[in-house]
Design a protein around this ligand. Structure first.
Ligand SMILES: NC(=O)c1ccc[n+]([C@@H]2O[C@H](COP(=O)([O-])OP(=O)(O)OC[C@H]3O[C@@H](n4cnc5c(N)ncnc54)[C@H](O)[C@@H]3O)[C@@H](O)[C@H]2O)c1
Length: 439
């Protein structure tokens, strides 16, 4: 039984171009992964769009198709890649330098990877203090730089014969800024571009150029980029989907898996101490306190929103939450995260949980880039524009409508995502009530 008529979704016909501002560890692990999967050399583990199923109707109906068979998504054979970086390395060289993937996953696709060369970046050292790049655009103003990015996008579309495009920011984390008057409206922002207003960051110049070109845009980093009123306005005006921010991987993923469980069982929390060691370029950038501040703000909100101390003061009022990231080069991309969690049970008796998660940062992030690219394209074809809250599942710090608190619980986010797909296809939403089996 269907609940409502399905939304009219334009079919995923033709090629989809995936634009990546920032072609470092995450972006190249994503590209190389897609090429490996496409050539039958590896499995897309961690990707909901490639491996996930979706239950439809009652449990007795046994209908659980693959998500990619249920909704029309771009096929991996139809995607191609473009991007910008402050270093001129092609995707093969950048992937080798990032050191995430072994030769067995790079050598068979060396020619395809080597052909992907980044365009010169929009970059200002004051926004990412630990990097300086030579492969950078020169412009007479920020408006001129945005126009140059727009030209790159148009050339990419023409040269590759693309039907559609999406963009996922995989660039370094910029310093933590405060929203300024120039971010408040589209008119103020466009004037700010002409005046080269210092409060406009490079990541905002890419976002502006993409939204102007009607390209859906997701922000994988924690810095302020899309989440300003000017872009919400532009996304609405140009009917473009936007989403962000900060890929939910590693320690925060674990937090949003565990914390909902503690809260469901009404176990109290005294404190949650999280620390990491990380040795890749991202770790080096985050070693700068101003870039780390962007990350810290993104990571800290999670527990507060899941545990709702205002509703459960006896359990969660005033818990201590500390997050540290330490740059430690010997580990490269193979981050290790430790958590010490001090909880309280029956009558207030204390207990502890310890987590040691030796993970791989870009291996966890790459499937999120793929899913976001394919789902953002779906959203565009389904006529959904503005903030895509149903994609909160992928972010540490999900964007929401003004005045709405974000949903951080991974399981609620998962239900929200799947119910959105059911809604788009006119299938009954799943409430898990299940009374009908007992009537
Ligand atoms: N890996 C994860 O698990 C994870 C999780 C959440 C968020 N992130 C974020 O994703 C982003 C990418 O992570 P990474 O590990 O690939 O880092 P990385 O340092 O390997 O790659 C970032 C790339 O962006 C480039 N860059 C910086 N500023 C640029 C600009 N203005 N224009 C174009 N390119 C620019 C850098 O030269 C670099 O090659 C970071 O912001 C990181 O914080 C990563």
């Amino acid at each position: 039984m269907t609940l409502k008529p399905a939304v009219d979704i334009r079919p995923a016909r033709g090629k989809l171009g995936i634009l990546l501002p920032g072609m470092g560890a995450v972006a190249t692990t994503f590209i190389a992964g897609v090429l490996n999967v496409r050539n039958g050399l590896a499995k897309p583990i961690g990707s909901l769009t490639q491996m996930g199923t979706i239950r439809l109707g009652k449990r007795t109906e046994n209908r659980s198709p693959l998500i990619r068979d249920f909704v029309s998504l771009a096929a991996l054979s139809d995607v191609c890649f473009g991007g910008w970086d402050i270093f001129p390395d092609d995707a093969y060289t950048a992937a080798r330098k990032a050191g995430v993937l072994a030769a067995e996953h790079l050598e068979p696709i060396k020619d395809e990877l080597s052909a992907i060369r980044p365009w010169p970046a929009v970059f200002e050292n004051s926004w990412v203090k630990r990097l300086s790049g030579e492969h950078v655009k020169k412009g007479t103003s920020k408006a001129d730089l945005a126009a140059q990015v727009g030209q790159d996008i148009a050339n990419f579309k023409r040269d590759q014969g693309l039907a559609r495009m999406v963009a996922i920011w995989c660039g370094s984390t910029e310093v933590y800024p405060t929203p300024a008057a120039v971010h408040a409206t589209l008119a103020a922002f466009e004037k700010g571009l002409k005046d080269s207003n210092p409060a406009i960051s490079p990541s905002q110049i890419y976002a502006y150029a993409c939204l102007k070109a009607g390209v859906p845009y997701a922000n994988g980093a924690p810095n302020l980029a899309l989440d300003i009123p000017a872009f919400v306005e532009l996304a609405k005006k140009n009917q473009v989907p936007i989403a962000g921010k900060d890929f939910k991987t590693g320690q925060t993923l674990m937090k949003t898996i565990l914390a909902p469980g503690l809260k469901a069982r009404l176990l109290g929390l005294e404190g949650w101490y999280s620390t990491n060691i990380l040795g890749n370029r991202d770790g080096e950038v985050l070693d700068d306190p101003d870039s780390f501040r962007s990350k810290e703000v993104s990571k800290l909100g999670v527990l507060e929103h899941i545990l709702q101390p205002h509703l459960y003061p006896d359990l969660y009022q005033g818990f201590h939450h500390v997050v540290r990231i330490n740059y430690y080069p010997p580990r490269g991309d193979n981050k290790e995260g430790w958590d010490n969690i001090d909880i309280r049970g029956w009558l207030g008796y204390p207990m502890q949980i310890k987590i040691d998660f030796p993970c791989r940062d870009s291996i966890l992030a790459a499937p999120l880039v793929l899913d976001l690219a394919l789902f953002m394209d779906l959203a565009q074809r389904a006529g959904m524009h503005g903030i895509q809250e149903w994609l909160s599942f992928y972010f540490k710090s999900p964007m929401t409508a003004e005045g709405l608190y974000p949903e951080h619980d991974l399981f609620i986010q998962h239900v929200k995502l799947k119910n959105t797909l059911r809604y788009l296809k006119g299938e009954e939403l799943i409430t898990h009530l299940g009374r009908e089996y007992y009537d």
